[in-house]
Design a protein around this ligand. Sequence first.
Ligand SMILES: [Zn+2]
Length: 335
Amino acid sequence: MSAAPSITGGGDHQADADVTSLPQAAGYGRALTGPALTDLALARGEVDRSAYLRANDAWLAEAWADPATRVVVAEHGRAVCEIGDAGAALVFAAPSEAPDGVRFLLGVDEGGTAYFGVAGPLVEPRPDSGLRAAHLREAGPLLSDLEAGLMTHAVALANWHETFTHCPRCGAPTDPFASGHARRCPADASEHFPRVDPAMIVLVTDADDRALLARNALWPERRVSVLAGFVEAGESAEQAVAREVQEETGITVDAVTYLGSQPWPMPQSLMLGFRAAATRTEIMVDADEIAEANWYSRDELRDAIASGTLRLPPPVSIAHRIIQSWYGSELPGSW
Ligand SMILES: [Zn+2]
């Protein structure tokens, strides 16, 4: 067993996370040049974060006074969206409509429009409004790149402000600064920054290029995915890959290759995608976390899906795209 909570184990730390349904939308940054996964397409988000403006109080006040400024109100991982058959749109508030709450600069777009977030309270839209408060997991895959990036940023910071309200050293309530991207303790002047927990997700292959897929003990029957887990303190991501794979399946790996990353603020993770090669292939599952694990050739996987024996994570997930990168074409199945 791992000392750290496992993502696939669904511990409290990750109570809201399900790595098999990671919204593609929850991605930032353009660079993704992993050797085997150039199509991972995690890159979304088009607003310049404009970090240099976070300490510019005059600019921040001016931007907040501008009615064209757009505000994302986020609370408990949700924001108000309009969700239809064709997609979703984030519903922005004007600054004058935004509730009291910790305010943070999300960035400035190419047209000069400023975007802020406010950490709740979120007002539930009226049922007949066509709007509703949607979780990032639901709305993220449906939003445009720009709005997905904004919602991910807003949810991540709101999660942090909701949770890390007091100084870990002395217990005094802390105050936001740097336009909500940091907090400071008034008693001892210690500074605190948004917490991000790195986690890894890995596709392991054997000498015959079969893929290792496992079913977490908490998942429904037939559902399988690649392995995942949290990086422990003082550990590299590559070491975490090797440790988690060994702990959960008894398999040892080398040639750990980084593929790309994806923010997963549910509440505060960063997913690091890898591939790895098995050096010992005999499977001995950790029954506490993993119900079953098996090696699959591409033909075996296709047949298992066709017969209904297996179900894979949906296309919006990083897990799906990592598996697809190995499979070589669109994965069969329905989601
Ligand atoms: Zn303190």
